[in-house]
Write a protein that binds this ligand. Structure first.
Ligand code: HEM
Length: 139
């Protein structure tokens, strides 16, 4: 990601943050419409889950300046996701739901540059999580 893309995701995230509960609702509606078989993987309270996703993306944004720290956090997160029953193919479904959520939540502010910046960020996050998911689990 280049610095301009990092600035774009940061400024657009700041617009979504105040409407996080609504964004979470749009996100899960989109996600379960795209793949209803994902529903049983989520056992916790949905509202809370949405906050976690937004919170995690928020912390990824602050950590973007410290790639080494971000890498280890995301690899561990990916390894935990394997334990939740998440498969590699699910990352694309979640990425699609995230982009649709931002599209609805941001309206006109979701320009093609903002879209590309988010696609790039989600790609970096999910590739790093998948690296962690593929690593052997240390006993
Ligand atoms: C950008 C990618 C993602 C981020 C940042 C993310 C973030 C998180 C976080 C922070 C948690 C809380 C638990 C923990 O820290 O271990 C969590 C749980 C979970 N995530 Fe993700 N996640 C991502 C992708 C996915 C994908 C692709 C799936 C596939 C369906 C998924 C399904 C789940 C499930 C099932 C849980 C456990 C929820 C429960 O028990 O209710 N996540 N996620």
């Amino acid at each position: 990601m280049n610095t301009q893309q990092i600035d774009l995701v940061r400024s657009s995230y700041a617009l979504v943050e105040p409407i996080a509960p609504q964004a979470a609702e749009i996100f899960y509606t989109q996600l379960f419409a795209a793949d209803p078989s994902l529903r049983p993987l989520f056992r916790g309270d949905m509202a809370h889950q949405g906050e976690r996703l937004m919170g995690m993306i928020g912390s990824a944004l602050t950590l973007l300046d410290r790639p080494a720290a971000l890498g280890s956090v995301l690899r561990l997160l990916g390894s935990r996701h394997k334990g939740y029953g998440v498969q590699e193919k699910h990352y694309a479904t979640v990425g699609g739901a995230l982009i649709k959520t931002l599209e609805q939540g941001l309206g006109d502010a979701f320009t093609s540059e903002v879209r590309s910046a988010w696609v790039e960020l989600y790609g970096v996050i999910s590739r790093t999580m998948l690296e962690g998911a593929r690593e052997p689990v240390l006993a």
